[in-house]
Every structure is written in C-alpha cells, then in structure tokens.
Design a protein around this ligand. Sequence first.
Ligand code: CMP
Length: 283
Amino acid sequence: MVGGVVLLILIGKSLVALGIVLLLGYPLSTALIVSASLAQIGEFSFILAGLGVSHGLLSKEGLNLVLAGALFSITLNQLTFAGADRLIAFVKTHPGLRRRLEERRSRRISQLEAELEAAREQAEQKASAHKTFTPEELLARFPLFAGLTPEQREVLILHFRPSASAPGERIIRAGDQADLIYFISSGEVEVHVGSRRIKLGPGDYFGEMAIISGQPRSADVTAIDYCQFATLSQRDFRQFLRRYPVIRNQIAALAAERGEMNRQFLEEEADGGRKVADSQASR
Ligand code: CMP
C-alpha cells in the first residue's frame, strides 16, 4: 500500500508536471527539472492530513499513508534529481526524441519567428516608404548637418517625411500658422517678399522662421518647378533644435538674416512708394 502511494507521488505527480510544462511550450530540460522538483509531497501535507483527521474526513490509516509517502518521497528526492539529470543527458544525445517531445515548443518558436520576420519586413517597408535620403545624401546636400554623427543623421532621417509640389503650387501662405519646415531635395521655389521674389533650390530650406519665432508665416512660398522636399514637423524640428544648439544657432542666424533682408526690402518699397506719391503730389 505504502509502495503504491510512493509510486503515485514519484511517478504520477512528476509525469503530470512534465506533461503540463511541455504543453506550456517550455524546453524538455526545464520540464524534467520541474517534474523532479514536484516528485515529493512536503510538510504541508502533514498539516492537511492532520486537519482531515480532526474533521473526520481522513482515517488514521490515511494519515499514516500520507506521512509515509511524504517521508519516502522526500528521502528519494535526491535520486529523482539524479534521474532527471541522466534523462536530460540521454535526451541530449537523441535529437529525434527531443524534437518529438519539444514539437509543440518548436512549432511555437517557428510561429513567433515568422511573426517577428513579418513585423520586421513591415517596419522596413514603412521606413523605406518614408525614406528621403541616405545619411550620405543628407550630408552632401545639406552641409548644415556636418556636425552630426552618422547615427544622429540616421535618426534625423527617420523623422523626415517626403512631400512634393507642382509648378505654381503655393506651399506656404503668409499669415498661416507654422506646421512644417521644408528641406529642398530637388526643384526650385520662390519666396514672395513684397514685390521681390527670392529663389531657393536644392540644399536650401524654408519654413523655419515662423517655427523659431512662434509668429505666423512671414511670406508666401510657391513652387516654380516640380519639387521634392523632406519635411520635419514643427514638434520634431523644435526637438532637433533643442538637441543640437550649434545647428540651432546657425539656423537662427540665417532666419535673422532673412528677417532683416525682408525688413529692408519692405522699407525700400515703402520709401519708393512714398517718393512716387510725393512727386505726384508736387506736380
Ligand atoms: P516662415 O516665415 O515660416 O514661412 C515663409 C518662409 O520663407 C520663411 O519661414 C523662410 O523660410 C522663407 N523666407 C522668408 N524670407 C526669406 C528670404 N529673404 N530669403 C529666403 N527665404 C526667406
């Protein structure tokens, strides 16, 4: 009787544990260690059995069987671990057996690998759809970014979004709120300041003034060619400026220069207008 109970604990309990751990998809070595660890009943069973007797649910004989089972299974525990070690070594030398026992796990792993591969492909497709420049192209076209490491350029490129305009298309309207800064990859645009037209081409950028000042757009900008741009959102551009103060100073200096140039243009135009009005009045 005691022998049956001990066998039930040692073999029955560990087989159930082995099956459950394998079904959950863990490796065979883990399943064997777990089942060896569970091939015993501990001191908690004494308490439970004692309670069972005091409530009249278990006979004295039952209590004795539990005690004997616990003592034997605890004593034999070292042996079960040694057995598990041997079994692990045996299975290692028999890959076919291991494959069969771990079939569920390897199926799950290949499924996860396939899902991971699909996700990676999707991310690459997304990135290449948004790709505007390689880090080398960015540097060749915009020397402004020469101070960045190749990795920093990679990160910046990830934030760029491509956009395009046809000739005659107004890209920025004076007075609007700022949303993007535009880096010209190809084509030309015209900035309208009063009656003046300032041409910008590949390697130039525009739309920075309103983002830096927080004021509305300072001028109209129109495509005079088929243009391609890499744009940065206001948020990403601000973050970029915060991260790279040297580049921020360069961009801010050009924005100030452009602002000053526009003030002079507009003043000259206003002066010219006044002179024409005065000469008309004196005639
Ligand atoms: P923003 O004011 O945001 O929108 C219009 C843009 O035109 C402005 O930023 C500058 O990028 C650009 N711009 C304005 N004035 C000049 C200028 N004098 N020379 C070149 N670009 C300009």
